[in-house]
Design a protein around this ligand. Structure first.
Ligand SMILES: Cc1cc2nc3c(=O)[nH]c(=O)nc-3n(C[C@H](O)[C@H](O)[C@H](O)COP(=O)(O)OP(=O)(O)OC[C@H]3O[C@@H](n4cnc5c(N)ncnc54)[C@H](O)[C@@H]3O)c2cc1C
Ligand code: SF4
Ligand code: SF4
Ligand code: SF4
Length: 394
């Protein structure tokens, strides 16, 4: 070990609840002293091998947990969807990411994004060099492993090719920190991010689904649009040619994701939805005026930089614009850590996947259904009373 000072696991541990798992530290380490390891909750965290560390501090310099990211105010905000039905259906919301990717591929560029790896039961980052664009599109609600692609992104940038990198806001920041300078041929795209669920939990759950089904998993879609954009369904595909589809909130992985049980610790305090470091930010535009909502998916699109604005202008001819008066980003605000997170991970770690997806899920789901049903009955009751009062006062 060279030098008196070395980066230790304690330095990394000190930021562990802020660590986003972007992996920029591992990608930047010149001696390969950092590997990303899985913690008991199933998330990746860096671990330093002090025997190889030369105390250069590159890892801490690229770490987003130790300093603020850049902040852009969006230059342009639009509500759009792809005008071609197939291109709109190919995305989880309005198909805008697909249009941006197509534009980059037309100029012989490369697109990096998240891909479901059925064999590993995980989500990785990969590019159009090895995977079809179809595999890269759509939301996968599991934390992906982006850091292994950062060096490859840099190679393409240095050889002058146009690169599109899409990931969570913290992954885009991780890539930018790793690159250390701006490249005019890089387009970064992120999204308003709810948070990422545990990849370890998802992998165990996927194995359980496989064993119950008695067939190997070949793919999974997290947001089937066959029942519309709002009524979300998950569909599992198997090697025997069959598939299983279920409403998302009846699926234990999705229920724990949306209910904020299974997210990474850093997600509960994440303020990146206000910073917009990527060139373009995408989101589902849930506040769409019902008069314009055909339930096929509509996107909110923010051009945060001049580079993003150029691409947005380029794809606009292939989109349909929805008129909007004002925007409320607060609907994308994060919900805070429920006590349930601790109970959820206690159950997963101590009792295992079968108990978590069995009795624990059944109980939580039942309570949620009762509350929801009571809420719906209460709302119907209140609106009935309001109507009666209205009738009396008219
Ligand atoms: C984990 C996660 C949380 C999200 N939370 C919200 C939210 O709270 N509110 C909201 O409005 N929108 C959210 N989105 C974004 C939304 O689901 C759509 O992806 C987005 O609106 C773009 O839709 P699209 O049709 O244009 O593109 P799509 O074709 O859906 O493309 C989405 C892109 O995101 C990338 N991606 C998919 N999964 C991951 C992943 N796990 N990690 C990193 N990158 C990934 C893919 O590379 C893909 O290119 C979230 C997405 C993800 C993946
Ligand atoms: S200080 Fe340098 S050598 Fe040591 S872990 Fe960090 S990046 Fe690697
Ligand atoms: S660089 Fe990323 S993965 Fe590494 S410690 Fe910082 S936030 Fe965590
Ligand atoms: S909520 Fe924040 S920390 Fe969590 S994955 Fe999204 S951008 Fe990263």
């Amino acid at each position: 070990m060279a030098g008196n000072e070395s980066v230790t696991i304690e330095d990394i541990d000190g930021i562990s609840s802020l660590c986003t798992g972007c992996g920029a530290c591992a990608a930047a380490c010149p001696t390969g002293s950092i590997c990303m390891t899985t913690d008991r909750e199933g998330f990746s965290y860096p671990r330093v091998d002090n025997n190889q560390c030369i105390a250069c501090h590159k890892c801490l310099n690229v770490c987003q947990a130790s300093r603020d990211s850049a902040k852009h105010n969006p230059i342009e905000i639009e509500v759009l969807y792809a005008s071609r039905k197939d291109e709109r259906a190919a995305g989880s919301s309005g198909g805008i990411m697909g249009l941006l990717a197509k534009r980059v591929l037309e100029s012989n560029g490369v697109v990096f994004g998240a891909v479901f790896d059925a064999e590993g039961h995980r989500v990785i980052h990969a590019s159009t060099e090895t995977h079809s664009l179809e595999k890269i599109l759509r939301s996968k609600y599991v934390q992906s492993e982006a850091w292994p692609t950062y060096a490859r992104v840099k190679q393409h940038l240095c050889s002058g090719e146009q690169v599109l990198f899409c990931g969570t806001p913290c992954q885009v920041i991780g890539l930018n920190r790793y690159l250390g300078k701006q490249y005019s041929n890089l387009l970064t795209v992120d999204f308003f991010c709810h948070g990422v669920p545990s990849p370890g939990f998802f992998a165990d759950y996927a194995r359980l689904v496989e064993s119950q089904k008695g067939s190997r998993l070949t793919d999974v879609t997290f947001r089937e649009k066959s029942h519309g954009w709002r009524e979300q369904h998950m569909r599992w595909y198997f090697s025997d040619g069959s598939n299983i589809e279920e409403p998302s909130l009846d699926n234990c992985h999705y229920f724990f994701f949306l209910g904020n049980y299974s997210l990474r610790k850093s997600c509960y305090t994440c303020e990146l939805y206000k910073r917009h470091e990527a060139d373009i930010t995408l989101a589902d535009y849930w506040l769409i005026d019902p008069a314009f909502d055909d339930d096929l998916g509509t996107s909110l699109v923010l051009a945060n930089t001049e580079n993003g604005l150029t691409f947005l202008k380029d794809i606009k001819k292939d989109t349909i614009e929805v008129p909007v008066d004002n925007f409320d980003f607060e609907i994308y605000r994060h919900s805070y850590c429920p006590n349930k997170r601790a109970n959820f991970f206690d159950c997963y770690v101590n009792e295992g996947i079968e108990a978590t997806c069995g009795s624990y899920f059944d109980n939580e789901h039942r309570v949620w259904c009762i509350r929801n049903r009571c809420g719906a009955i209460k709302n119907a009751f209140v609106s009935k009373i309001k109507n009666c009062i209205g009738a009396f006062t008219r």
